[in-house]
Design a protein around this ligand. Structure first.
Ligand code: PRX
Length: 565
């Protein structure tokens, strides 16, 4: 390492000259890469999956390596095409149609990817639901977008609050034989798949047809249904090429769960647009299993997150020495700050740098990144992707000069940008209050060389182990517990997870604080909302700081969590 500058390693698809390309690039030039450029027939599922079979001669190439304990499977592009056609035909049989919302509430498994593609094929809209979500989180999300169907598993289906979801007509249950009786709304996924024809099921759509409603937590209020459209593929493809440096012989592993945006866009849609096999590891994180997976499948491009890297680092050199990871040629990171010790570890132990990428559910594609043609500045998230204008603006929307911290803003209009918030024009408009800027909610600064440095969220959204948690949702849940009079929640810095969820509690009369109550409250959030949202630390306080309007004062709470109380 040369001071704070790390020499990047040029790759075959790299931008050969960032500055030159940045000046001249236009997203329209990417459109010729898609078959719709000639045919006019559009569907992201065609570009990601079917085209590999119909046009690229990759029917027999492995598309998916799946490993989860004793369940180890491989699927070719040809097989996945047929299976997703079958599921598309199942959906059609039950009257699910273009524009309908279908919840995807499954653990990582081949059935998830098959169902996902089947939904896209008929022009319906996928609503990803992280497998840790519990009743309240499911009710808010499926209820908000009035989903008509959901694909789930025997273990997860009991969390669905069916009585609160009047629009939900069909519950497709995968592997139902393990789960006992099938009730009236339930449909046995495997049985239907066996009976369904694998005839072509593709429904052609417009570029602006929605394909995804991705719920993303904000600081206040319920999670927002971020709408993405088929046209997002333009951004997915070109970032796959220039950021992920994808090449024909690559084996790609994005470790993010498809309940989040990364696990969808880069988990499978983008690598499949390049005809590449992806690795999917089911089950819980274990450092040893992950290293074994990298070795076993000869992963060449690995997209993961700092918390996962740190967990592997904590396994020590002994762990790494057991595995041959020499096939790894490109590593990328997302979701939380890439801390220097992680970069140093990668350089020392794996011999290559980690390329940080910054983006969010709302942006739909990598936005500010490090590239193989550009030196990496330690601690920087990199420079804007060609075609993207990024700036730092003050609280009135005025651009700030270099080295001044402010709101990280992006000029609206890139191909993968969110197109709306489900059911709320008002919430959508909040992102664009300073035209022409999209305000990200992150603070950052830019140095005189044009590199951006992430500082944190400005709005109280918590980022724990790369997972986005809305404090309002947690507070609301805590207030439902009889011991809790009021609650305030903020992210507290943590060496392993980046941040942990910390809850400040005002107790109701007659309750006393004790370790059992802390455990009970933690479980209460875990069981009602989601495990990753459950506070890891509690503190009893006499009152929660409020704004003039009576809402929780996010800035003051953040100050407390930083130890400034
Ligand atoms: O605060 C930023 C953080 O993750 C937020 C977006 O979360 P989500 O919508 O769940 O998307 C996750 C990844 C696409 C951002 O507002 N974030 C994302 N990337 C980075 C990051 N923080 C620091 N460094 C990054 N590279």
């Amino acid at each position: 390492m040369d001071g704070n500058l790390i020499q990047a390693l040029p790759g075959p698809h790299n931008l050969d000259n960032y500055e030159k390309v940045y000046k001249n690039f236009d997203f329209a030039s990417v459109e010729k890469e898609f078959s719709w450029f000639e045919t006019g027939r559009i569907n992201i599922a065609y570009e990601a999956l079917d085209r590999n079979v119909t046009e690229k001669g990759l029917a027999d190439k492995t598309a998916l390596y799946y490993t989860n304990g004793p369940r180890v499977e491989e699927y070719t592009f040809g097989q996945l095409k047929k299976l997703s056609d079958k599921f598309a035909n199942v959906l059609k049989k039950f009257g699910v149609k273009k524009g309908d919302r279908v919840g995807m509430f499954l653990p990582r498994s081949p059935e998830l990817y098959i169902s996902f593609l089947g939904i896209l094929k008929i022009g319906a809209i996928v609503v990803p639901l992280f497998e840790a979500f519990m009743e309240e989180a499911l009710k808010d999300r499926l209820g908000d977008c009035e989903a008509v169907a959901v694909v789930t598993s025997p273990d997860l289906k009991s969390r669905l609050p069916l009585q609160h979801l009047p629009a939900l007509k069909h519950v497709f249950v995968v592997d139902n034989e393990k789960g006992g009786n099938v009730s009236a709304t339930e449909i046995d996924w495997h049985q239907e798949m066996q009976a369904a024809p694998d005839t072509e099921a593709m429904v052609w759509v417009d570029r602006e047809t929605p394909m995804l409603v991705m719920y993303a937590s904000g600081a206040d209020g319920k999670a927002k249904g971020v709408i993405h459209v088929h046209n997002g593929m333009v951004g997915h493809y070109i970032t796959g090429k220039w950021v992920h440096d994808l090449q024909p012989d690559d084996v790609y592993w994005c470790t993010a769960d498809p309940g989040w945006i990364t696990g969808i866009v880069y988990g499978f849609l983008t690598p499949w647009m390049f005809g590449l096999p992806i690795v999917i590891k089911g089950g819980r994180f274990k450092a040893e299993d992950w290293c074994e997976t990298l070795e076993k499948y000869g992963v060449t491009v690995w997209y993961s997150a700092p918390t996962a890297f740190r967990m592997i680092i904590s396994g020590g050199d002994k762990l790494l020495e057991k595995y041959d990871l020499s096939k790894l040629r490109h590593i990328l990171s997302v979701g939380e700050p890439l801390t220097p010790e992680v970069m140093e570890w990668s350089m020392a132990k794996l011999g290559i740098p980690i390329y940080d990428t910054w983006w969010m559910s709302e942006t739909g594609m990598n936005m500010i990144c490090n590239y193989r043609c550009l030196p990496i500045k330690l601690g920087s998230i990199g420079k804007p992707f060609p075609g993207i204008t990024a700036a730092i603006v003050d609280d009135d929307g005025n651009e700030l000069p270099p080295n001044k911290i402010g709101n990280l803003a992006l000029k609206a209009g890139w191909p993968s940008m969110l197109r709306g918030i489900w059911g709320s024009e008002e919430k959508y408009k909040e992102y664009f209050k300073f035209q022409p800027w999209f305000i990200s909610g992150d603070s950052a600064y830019r140095d005189e060389d044009g590199y951006f440095f992430f500082q944190g969220r400005v709005d109280g959204v918590i980022n724990t182990a790369g997972e986005r948690v809305g404090p309002w949702e947690v507070e609301n849940k805590l207030r439902e517990h009889p011991a809790v009079k009021d609650a305030g929640v903020a992210g507290k810095p943590d060496a392993l997870r980046g941040e942990i969820v910390k809850a400040y509690i005002v107790l109701n009369e007659g309750y006393e604080w004790n370790p059992d109550l802390s455990e009970e409250l933690r479980n209460y959030v875990k069981k009602g909302l989601a495990a990753h949202a459950a506070p890891r630390e509690f503190e009893v306080v006499p009152g929660i700081p409020k704004t003039k309007e009576g809402a929780n004062d996010r800035k003051a709470l953040k100050g407390w969590a930083l130890g400034l109380k």
